[in-house]
Design a protein around this ligand. Structure first.
Ligand code: ZN
Length: 341
């Protein structure tokens, strides 16, 4: 079947040959961890990934994190996780390879400056990288872009948004060319099989954050705006809670328009039930905000430390230094909403 890309419009998602709609009636899916078959239930983080890769449970899928060779998620989407696991990065930063041997590849988030990782990305694409896209400037996402570009004979352009003045010193980033809102980055071969990534600007986690929708497959690459298994930190002033929530609404609209059911985050497994996941995230943030407001109203003269301890009493205290940044983001937003700033 030959698809003509120009015919693709929102709500007219093209299903690639052989692709299937996920069978949502399966309550348990089987995956493989460290050689063992394991049951994965619908509420577990890896469930969505199994639904994407093996909609009817017809094939086995390994769930161990792979930093040495990429994991195939679809015929035209692979994930290679950088070897930088940690408290802020979870299993590591996911670099995604979109494309195939015939069209060449777009690399999303080349990751931190780790030469072995860039080397493996280069090898996995046979050196045929056409574009490098950074979802945002943070140190675990963009510093690998320039070294990866240097490895490629064709010097593919580095695309994204330049970091804003509010970015921390270790998050300065300047793409070769700034993306345009709604811009389509397209790979195609002579048979007109195309892979088209559409840029969606999503400030909030970082002022220069961009998400991407793979139009033909209805997939959302969410960078750090939406994670699986952890909560995104909103660190003002580059992070902005109101912008974050607005961007979530925008992503919900994009998932609706493009029929996207799966979210591919920069940290963690693929998320299924995209729009429901976005709704849960938004509700979680607003619940936290309501709790903060209640704590402040009960103890208006207490210190920020006291508010933090009370509003995040369900979060391990080891995470409070990070939670404090999100608390500040909520306080700024509450001031905005009350008209104080
Ligand atoms: Zn990150």
């Amino acid at each position: 079947m030959v698809h003509n890309h120009s015919m693709v419009r929102p709500n007219q998602r093209i299903t690639p040959p052989g692709a299937q709609t996920p069978n949502t009636s399966l309550p348990i899916r089987l995956g493989r961890r460290q050689g063992q078959l394991v049951e994965v239930h619908a509420h577990e983080p890896a469930f969505g990934e199994l639904a994407l890769v093996s909609p009817d449970g017809q094939s086995e899928h390994g769930l161990d994190w792979q930093s040495e060779r990429p994991v195939a998620l679809l015929h035209n989407v692979q994930r290679l996780t950088a070897p930088n696991p940690g408290t802020m990065t979870g299993p590591g930063t996911n670099s995604y390879l979109v494309g195939d041997m015939a069209t060449g590849y777009i690399v999303i988030d080349p990751g931190p400056d780790l030469p072995t990782h860039q080397q493996r990305l280069w090898q996995a694409t046979g050196g045929d990288i056409r574009m490098i896209v950074c979802t945002h400037s943070h140190a675990d996402h963009s510093p690998g872009a320039r070294p990866l570009q240097t490895l490629c004979a064709n010097r593919p352009p580095i695309l994204g948004l330049p970091s804003a003045d509010t970015a921390r010193p270790n998050s300065h980033f300047r793409p070769d060319r700034a993306l345009i809102e709604g811009e389509q980055l397209q790979l195609s071969d002579k048979s007109e099989q195309a892979h088209t990534l559409r840029a969606i600007f999503t400030p909030g986690h970082a002022a220069n954050h961009v998400c991407l929708v793979l139009e033909e497959d209805g997939l959302l690459f969410s960078g750090d705006h939406i994670l699986n298994g952890s909560t995104t930190v909103i660190d003002p002033p580059d992070g902005d809670m109101s912008a974050y929530l607005d961007s979530l609404d925008k992503l919900d609209g994009a998932c609706k328009d493009w029929g996207a059911e799966f979210i591919l985050p920069a940290h963690g497994h693929v998320l299924g039930g995209a729009r429901a996941a976005i709704a849960r995230l938004k509700a979680h943030r607003l619940q936290r905000e309501a709790k903060i407001l209640k704590v402040m109203q009960a103890r208006p003269d207490a210190s920020e430390d006291d508010w933090l301890a009370a509003a995040y009493d369900d979060v391990p205290s080891a995470l409070w230094p990070v939670a404090r940044r999100s608390l500040l983001a909520h306080l700024r937003r509450l001031k905005e909403l009350s008209g104080e700033i």
